[in-house]
Ligand binder design. Structure first.
Ligand code: SF4
Ligand code: SF4
Length: 370
C-alpha cells in the first residue's frame, strides 16, 4: 500500500519543513505536530515499523484535507495528501482507522439508494436516462444538499443549447471520493468497478464535481479499474461555450476561489477565470490563489474527522473577502460552495458586516443568462 510512496516519505522525513507555511490544517489548529513534514514523518516511521499501527500514532494521518497545497511548495514534489490517504488505508487495514469513520464503507453503501431516491424525487424525471450520448453526473454533495443547483445546471445547459445532456440514472451517484479519502481501499475498488459498469451506458459523462473527476480519471486507474467513458469536468465543458454565452446582464464584481481538485489536481486554473470574465466586469483574486490557494476545509473527509478545524479553514479563507467588502464569491466545486457558504452565513450571524453570497460557476451563468 505504501511502497509507491517510499521515496516521498524519505524526502519528507529529512526535509527542513519547506512547505510548513502552506498547510491550512496546521495553520487552523496552530499545531506543529500536524505540519506536512511531521505527518509524513509519522507515516515514514509507521511504514518502517518503528511505530506500531495504533490509534495513538495513526490519528495524525487524518489531519489532512488532501488539498496538495504543500506539494506546490515542495522541490521534489512530494504528493503528501495522497500519501497520507494511503497511510489511512494501511491504518484501516490494521484496525487503527479514525473512530469517526468506523463502518464508513457500510454507511457509504447504505447512502447510495437514498441518494438515488432524493435525485428521483427532486429532479425532472423526464431528464433521466439510463443510456445516452452524454449525461450530467452532479456529484453526491449537490444531490444531497443542493438539488436546486442541479436544476439550475440543467436550465443553463438548455440555454446554452446543450439540452441533449441527460441526467445519469443509477445507484452510483457518488464516484467514491469519500471511500478513497477515508482509507477504505477494498470498498473503493469494488465501488469503482460498479461505477465503471454503470458508466458504460454513456459515451460521455459531464461531472459537476472536480474531486469526482480526479478520482474517476486517476484513482480508478490506480486500482485497476478502466473507464470506457469520456470524463469531462463541468468547468471544462462550460469553457467550450465562451464567446457563445447569451449574456443578458453582467454579474456584479466577485472574488474567485480555486477549488483544490479543479486547480492543483486537474491543473485547471484558467478555465473558470475565462468563463467568469465573460460574465462579470471585475473579478478579484485572493492573495493566495491558483497553486497557492487555501482549501475550504471540505477535502479529505475533514468535516467528519475534524469538523471544527474544517469550519475554521472555511472562515479563514473568507477573511479576505470580508475585508474587501465584496459580497459575491464564486467557485467551481459543490463542496467548496457548500463549505464556504455555510462559513459565510456563520460569520455574518456572528460579526455582521457584508453578507457574502457564495455561488457556483453555474449560478453565475444562470444570473448572467436569465
Ligand atoms: S512535501 Fe516536500 S517540502 Fe514538504 S516536508 Fe515533504 S519534502 Fe519537505
Ligand atoms: S495536502 Fe493540504 S492538508 Fe494535507 S498536509 Fe498538505 S497542505 Fe496540509
Amino acid at each position: 500500500m505504501l511502497k509507491p510512496f517510499d521515496r516521498q516519505l524519505q524526502y519528507c522525513a529529512y526535509c527542513p519543513k519547506l512547505c510548513r507555511c502552506a498547510c491550512p490544517v496546521s495553520n487552523a489548529e496552530a499545531r506543529e505536530t500536524i505540519i506536512p513534514q511531521q505527518k509524513m514523518q509519522f507515516l515514514h516511521l509507521l511504514h518502517r515499523g518503528q511505530l506500531s499501527w495504533h490509534h495513538d500514532f495513526t490519528q495524525v494521518l487524518y489531519a489532512c484535507a488532501a488539498c496538495r497545497a504543500c506539494t506546490s511548495y515542495c522541490k521534489h514534489p512530494v504528493d503528501v495528501g495522497p500519501a497520507l490517504l494511503a497511510g489511512r488505508a494501511a491504518a484501516v487495514a490494521a484496525g487503527a482507522g479514525h473512530p469517526s469513520l468506523e463502518d464508513f464503507d457500510f454507511t457509504f453503501r447504505y447512502r447510495l439508494p437514498k441518494l438515488r431516491e432524493a435525485a428521483r424525487a427532486q429532479l425532472p424525471k423526464a431528464r433521466f436516462s439510463d443510456e445516452a450520448e452524454g449525461a450530467i453526473y452532479p456529484g453526491c454533495e449537490a444531490i444531497a444538499t443542493a438539488p436546486g443547483d442541479v436544476l439550475r445546471t440543467l436550465a443553463v445547459l438548455d440555454r446554452l443549447g446543450a439540452d441533449y445532456l441527460r441526467l445519469f440514472d443509477g445507484d452510483e451517484l457518488c464516484a467514491g471520493y469519500p471511500l478513497w479519502a477515508a482509507g477504505y481501499s477494498d470498498a473503493f475498488r469494488a465501488h469503482a468497478e460498479r461505477v465503471a459498469r454503470a458508466f458504460r451506458r454513456y459515451r460521455k459523462i459531464v461531472c459537476g464535481c472536480p474531486a469526482c473527476v480526479h478520482v474517476l480519471r486517476r484513482r480508478y486507474a490506480e486500482v485497476g479499474v478502466r473507464l470506457e467513458t469520456e470524463i469531462v469536468d463541468l468547468t471544462e465543458f462550460l469553457e467550450g461555450f465562451i464567446g457563445l454565452i447569451p449574456v443578458m446582464q453582467q454579474v456584479p464584481e466577485l472574488f474567485f476561489h480555486d477549488p483544490c481538485y479543479l486547480g492543483r489536481f486537474l491543473g485547471n486554473f484558467d478555465g473558470p477565470r475565462r468563463v467568469l470574465d465573460a460574465l462579470t466586469p471585475r473579478r478579484y483574486e485572493f492573495s493566495w490563489n491558483r497553486g497557492d490557494s487555501a482549501c475550504c476545509g471540505g477535502g479529505g473527509v475533514l468535516p467528519r474527522t475534524a469538523p471544527l478545524t474544517a469550519a475554521a479553514m472555511a472562515e479563514a479563507r473568507l477573511s479576505e473577502v470580508v475585508e474587501a467588502g465584496v459580497s459575491l464569491l464564486a467557485t467551481a466545486c459543490p463542496t467548496c460552495k457548500r463549505r464556504l457558504g455555510e462559513a459565510a452565513a456563520r460569520l455574518h450571524a456572528r460579526d455582521g458586516g457584508t453578507a457574502i453570497e457564495v455561488l457556483g460557476l453555474i449560478d453565475v451563468l444562470d444570473r448572467a443568462t436569465s
